[in-house]
Design a protein around this ligand. Sequence first.
Ligand code: ZN
Length: 271
Amino acid sequence: MRYALVNDERREAEPGLQGTCPGCGQPMIAKCGDQRIHHWAHRGMRSCDPWWEPETPWHRSWKAQFPPDWQEVVQQDETGERHIADVRTKHRLVLEFQHSHIRLQERQAREAFYSDMVWIVDGTRRTRDLPRFEEGRRSLQVSPWQGVYTTPFPQECFPRDWLDSRAPVFFDFAGTEAIDPRAPAERRLLWGLLPGRAEGHAVVVVLARQNLVRAAHDRPQIVASRKIVTILGERFRAARARAMLEARRYPVKTAWKPRRRWRPRRRTARF
Ligand SMILES: [Zn+2]
């Protein structure tokens, strides 16, 4: 973890410092080696939060975009279950940064525990995720809103294990690399798959990193997912109803027959 309590104060790990975990109150050791980023670890190496994953520079660079008191926030539900959210905004929206593989059950448990959350997924961990998206992005269809797309084939864009998430999932295909403003949009921007479907179509929003950070500061939600999916669903339904009406207005009277292939007319000799 980035922070532990030292004399009731949140402190970053420094050599020789001793602290306690803000989650469970157990002693923590400052790990300040060369191999990994400086962090705090529980004595027994296992975190008190089974959902905690070892932090990477990618986690840290994302968390650093937010005020220190929004980072690593202990959240407890009515049963006493406790977890440490990567970031929780002043609007109580939880941002979870996911680098490693997550089992389906754990993902669902986390979505239920932090009912109001978004995922930000490191799209650079698996080598096939970016090529899949580069290819699948061609199937995205524009919508009336700039930066909002739909696709009937989300599995062609995103990893299968995130498709039915109940929270918006933003894929970060750039990782910790500095982002060149001329880099292709796949890597320059974040691509968010919204929960739910609009008449069978997945809804994808695209936004710059700084816009996600700004939205987290300013608004209770990053994007109004439910509203966007509902309105697009209504549009798809209306378009289908219009198409059916048109079909009824101009009924096809005769059954369609295959046209005969054109053949040069045989010359018939007349005498
Ligand atoms: Zn702990």
